[in-house]
Ligand binder design. Structure first.
Ligand code: TMP
Length: 225
């Protein structure tokens, strides 16, 4: 059976994840791949319903464990309804944030117990680990400036609003994860131009797809004749 590829994009606010995801999706579609673009929290009907509850700050008064469980509930729905079926049919799934955001935002900066976070992650991911994760690394002061500019007159979400020192701690935590899991994670300097970042990401993805023997559906069909 065809197996696709699951790529996640992580990093602080304003790192340019969605710009890079869109560019990569265009490029891969141009080569004939079946590409699914998604995001967390969200990406499936159940998870999108929880997105507003979480990001509006409505769950904040109930504490970080409640928020972590809501993120986990959203992730479980997203994994089972969208990510796993897409990868199983051979698609390339590009996801804006995934487990590393929970590890960093809830685990590190909301100070939840590591054993609690590990258990939640195991249940929600249920084996559907990313094949590749890009950590887009940016100075949080610059990232927040970009996020503010992008938002225009909109309101900052529950997490964007937090102090710069917390965002700095998150940056370090993402880099720590990448150091501990070098097979899965690639750190990309997100202060570079979008074009250069895009070329670097595309090169890495194409190398990994080739190494994993993943081809666009039409080429695959040709192999099977
Ligand atoms: P975004 O869609 O603009 O990236 O907003 C999502 C926000 O939610 C962002 O501030 C990071 C935060 N978040 C967590 O705290 N934990 C998670 O598991 C995920 C997926 C996101």
């Amino acid at each position: 059976m065809a197996r696709g590829f699951f790529i996640t994009f992580e990093g602080g606010e304003g790192a340019g994840k969605s710009t890079q995801i869109d560019a990569l999706a265009d490029r891969l579609r141009g080569k004939g791949f079946d590409v699914v673009v998604t995001r967390e929290p969200g990406g499936s009907q159940g998870a999108e319903a929880l997105r507003h509850v979480i990001l509006s700050g409505a769950a904040e008064p109930f504490g970080p464990a409640m928020e972590a469980i809501l993120f986990a509930a959203a992730r479980s729905d997203h994994v089972e309804q969208l990510v796993r079926p897409a990868v199983a049919r051979g698609a390339i799934v590009l996801c804006d944030r995934f487990i590393d955001s929970s590890r960093v935002y809830q685990g590190i900066t909301s100070h939840l117990q590591p054993s609690f976070m590990v258990s939640l992650e195991r249940v929600t991911v249920n084996g559907m680990m990313p094949d590749l994760t890009f950590v887009l690394d940016i100075d949080p002061a610059e990232g927040l400036r970009r996020a503010t500019q992008r938002r225009g007159t909109g309101i900052a979400d529950r997490f964007e609003k937090e102090a710069l020192a917390i965002h700095r701690k998150r940056r370090k935590a993402f880099l720590d994860i990448a150091r501990k899991e070098p097979e899965r994670c690639v750190v990309v300097d997100a202060s570079d131009t979008p074009q250069r970042i895009g070329s670097r990401i595309a090169e890495i993805v194409e190398t990994r797809l080739e190494a994993s023997g993943i081809k666009p559906p039409l080429e695959r069909a040709g192999d099977e004749i």
